[in-house]
Design a protein around this ligand. Structure first.
Ligand SMILES: [Zn+2]
Length: 420
């Protein structure tokens, strides 16, 4: 490693020659994620190549790639490649997928040890800001420690052992619809590569004559304020959950099924990023939703928010919410118990209503309980019985006319006979 100063906010002073290694994750028989018909080893190569081309446009920077084709490399080989090139930083390019296909968002994994943690944290914060501007949800700049106490992820562990700052960029989740729209084709993957290069340029304060940009001011003023001797306090493996998640009823409309609930959550150490909820006391859960105002760069999130849920008719809800922090550790709320919702009964047709109560629809106007339970349905019943009355009245009138006509003709024929 040449010319690295550990006391500043950046690896080197602007203008000094810098060496970057880009590592397209996976390759060969190591496919990476294959979720949702994607092939990660090819995606990472496309993105890394675009990143390489964009970063090469900057002044005073030499860029290498650990692989430029479908080669299989061990994690040690990749780190050793960076050491041989005397790299100032190794960026490992990845795409993500989760076991239950429920996670979404961008994340950056970094080393836990000083000074690599601080380098990683500063770059990761710039990278997540770039991802946020592209419209992605943020899952944080994080560390994960293995059982031996070293960094869990091999590329970070091996790079750290060789004294090279490194990180893993997990752009998005290929198997979740909120994220998969960002990585549908090569154009998307190239856009990520260019964005990654811009993040690196901002972090290192690079200038580009070709692109007419100068990020030296950005690097001098806008990087996260973190001491170079910081080691990570919270790692993935600690699984420390949010302190609490609480819910209370704001309003309920038994006619429409709409229930508004106030949800609040607190995590003293980390950012709350997702929530989900159950209507059946925890048997079934909704998909994950972004916790409002969640931002892992600034460790901010809404203290509380109102959400309106439509409860299906026929359901007696036992509502529970869960708050998740950036390490996917969760805390369950209290349970909110409501009465059964029956609003669909009102919208049934006359026939369905009559059938469901085993009654003949022509006798329903004497069915008094219907009035109290299903006023709208009863309106229909009443309307229909008016029709029956009209029908009876017309029939009666017709019969009277027929009777009078018959009576008239009988009287006339009797008079004729009398004249004879
Ligand atoms: Zn990967």
């Amino acid at each position: 490693m040449n010319n690295i100063t550990y006391d500043g906010a950046r690896l080197q002073d602007p203008g000094e020659e810098i060496v970057i290694v880009i590592d397209p994750g996976h390759g060969g028989t190591n496919l990476g994620t294959t979720g949702n018909d994607h092939l990660e080893k090819e995606m990472t190569l496309t993105t890394a190549t675009a990143m390489y081309e964009e970063l090469s446009k900057y002044d005073n920077v030499t860029v290498y790639m650990t692989r430029i084709d479908d080669t299989e490399l061990s994690l040690l080989e990749r780190a050793q490649f960076a050491a041989d090139k005397e790299a100032d930083f190794l960026f490992s390019i990845h795409y993500n997928a989760s076991v239950y296909h429920n996670l979404f968002g961008s994340e950056v994994w970094i080393a836990s040890d000083a000074p690599f943690h601080a380098f990683g944290y500063q770059f990761g914060s710039v990278q997540l800001q770039t991802m946020s501007e592209m419209g992605l949800f943020l899952r944080g700049v994080k560390t994960k420690i293995g059982k031996t106490g070293e960094n869990y992820y091999g590329i970070i562990r091996e790079s750290t052992r060789l004294g090279i700052p490194s990180c893993i960029i997990e752009h998005c989740h290929v198997d979740q619809e909120r994220d998969s729209i960002f990585c549908e084709n090569d154009e998307d993957l190239i856009a990520f590569g260019k964005a990654d290069a811009t993040s690196v340029a901002k972090y290192l304060g690079l200038k580009s004559t070709e692109l007419s940009v100068d990020y030296s001011e950005y690097a001098a003023t806008s990087l996260a304020n973190i001491s170079m001797d910081t080691t990570s306090t919270y790692a993935y493996n600690l699984k420390k959950a949010p302190q609490y998640c609480e819910i209370e009823l704001t309003s309920v409309d038994y006619d429409t099924g709409e229930v508004t609930i106030h949800v609040s959550g607190k995590d003293l150490n980390n950012t709350i990023i997702y929530f989900d909820y159950s209507l059946d006391a925890g048997l079934n859960w909704s998909e994950y939703n972004p916790w409002p105002e969640s931002n892992t760069i600034y460790n901010t999130y809404a203290e509380g928010f109102d959400i309106t849920i439509t409860i299906p008719s026929g359901v007696k809800p036992n509502v529970i919410f869960r708050a998740y922090n950036q390490f996917d550790a969760r805390t369950k709320s209290n349970t909110l118990i409501l009465n059964r919702f029956n609003y669909e009964e009102k919208y049934r047709t006359l026939e369905e209503l009559a059938e469901s109560h085993g009654i003949n629809k022509y006798k329903t106007y004497s069915y008094e309980t219907g009035w109290r339970l299903f006023p709208e349905a009863f309106d229909k019943l009443e309307h229909s019985s008016l029709g029956i009355f009209t029908c009876i009245a017309i029939n009666t009138l017709l019969m009277l006319i027929v009777l009078f006509t018959l009576a008239g003709s009988i009287i006339r024929s009797k008079r004729k006979r009398l004249r004879k």
